[in-house]
Design a protein around this ligand. Sequence first.
Ligand SMILES: NC(=O)C1=CN([C@@H]2O[C@H](COP(=O)(O)OP(=O)(O)OC[C@H]3O[C@@H](n4cnc5c(N)ncnc54)[C@H](OP(=O)(O)O)[C@@H]3O)[C@@H](O)[C@H]2O)C=CC1
Ligand SMILES: CC(C)CCC[C@@H](C)[C@H]1CC[C@H]2C3=C(CC[C@]12C)[C@@]1(C)CCC(=O)[C@@H](C)[C@@H]1CC3
Length: 346
Amino acid sequence: MERTVIVTGANSGIGLALCERLLTEDSTLRLCLACRNMQRAQAARSALLTSHPDARVDLLHLDVGSVQSVLTAAQEVKTRYSRIDFLYLNAGIMPNPQVDVRAFFNGLFSRNVVNMFATGEGLLTQQDQINSDGLQEVFTTNLFGHFLLIRELESLLCQAGQVSRVVWTSSSNARRSAFSIDDMQHRNGTESYSSSKYASDMLSVAINRHKNSQGLFSSVICPGLVMTNLTYGILPSFFWTLIMPIMWLVRIFTNTFTLTPYNGAEALHWLFLQNPECLDPRAKYHSLSSGLGKSYTQPRQMDIDEEMCEVLYSKLLELEKDFRRTLSERNAGKEAHVQTAGDEEK
Ligand SMILES: NC(=O)C1=CN([C@@H]2O[C@H](COP(=O)(O)OP(=O)(O)OC[C@H]3O[C@@H](n4cnc5c(N)ncnc54)[C@H](OP(=O)(O)O)[C@@H]3O)[C@@H](O)[C@H]2O)C=CC1
Ligand SMILES: CC(C)CCC[C@@H](C)[C@H]1CC[C@H]2C3=C(CC[C@]12C)[C@@]1(C)CCC(=O)[C@@H](C)[C@@H]1CC3
């Protein structure tokens, strides 16, 4: 049976590598690249069609950082497809990252060194900003936009007698201490990325609790450290190229340096092949690489508190409700304005 797969942030890096791998796995897929930059999306589509000329690859304009764009895109999805088998929630940002060089050198000579390389803990801060919806940009892009998308597409994801999947590209940088339930958007901190990824881990657990009975299953992965536009925003690409021999050396001690988008997409691809009922909802599935660069997937337990997951879920529903109210008031205002203008013309 033909399966429909949507991948957000599919025009580069891990998302694009995933698309390539999925088409190699199943050339009959109906694959939808959901991207905000249509020029790059078009280039990605052409690249995929070069290696898979008979593939069905659709494009969808989606900016997960904008509430209106998510609603419009979801509407479009509902007109195009009758169901969704896989929704890969992969788009993500880490704006204005700063590396704490001092913490890095201190960490090098500490017992925490392997964990530091695996998670980047204590090394990175970001400068977040407020978007045009009045929300924190990282929170909206990495979490809330995707949450809204799932909510909007529930009719295609929760169908009687069918199983659908959502898969979050999270991170081992997700850390409980970076997240506060009283500040879920991370307005008051400098670790918005870590906070948003921890929130996605929690949301996945909550979705499983609420939606498994309706046939929707959620999973979380970490791709490891991968050379993509995201990491080129942390350090310039020439620098990464320069230190590549060191990275290969580090890979002997930490299997989390997957380095290539292909290896980073390992867990995303692996999940595609699994029966969701056999997966652990509290596990994060990690793409890992051996010292020689051979990739594999391994589950690791997440540091998650079920009660907090529930609170987060309710808060997101509340925020969604507020948005819907504001949007319908705005639309009603617009209609009234058009009506008055029409009356005046008469
Ligand atoms: N690289 C790494 O080491 C790691 C990455 N990750 C996660 O992997 C995921 C993919 O990132 P990666 O491939 O590394 O980096 P890339 O920057 O290559 O890919 C990110 C993708 O997300 C898209 N995107 C960003 N913002 C939006 C938006 N508002 N709406 C729609 N699409 C958007 C980008 O599109 P555009 O071209 O328009 O910017 C791009 O296609 C992210 O969630 C990231 O957090 C997790 C752990 C490690
Ligand atoms: C290896 C070099 C000699 C020095 C690189 C130092 C740091 C810039 C990196 C060490 C561990 C890296 C890392 C990430 C970013 C760059 C480092 C901090 C991430 C936080 C990138 C995004 C993610 O989601 C994580 C999985 C990465 C974890 C490791």
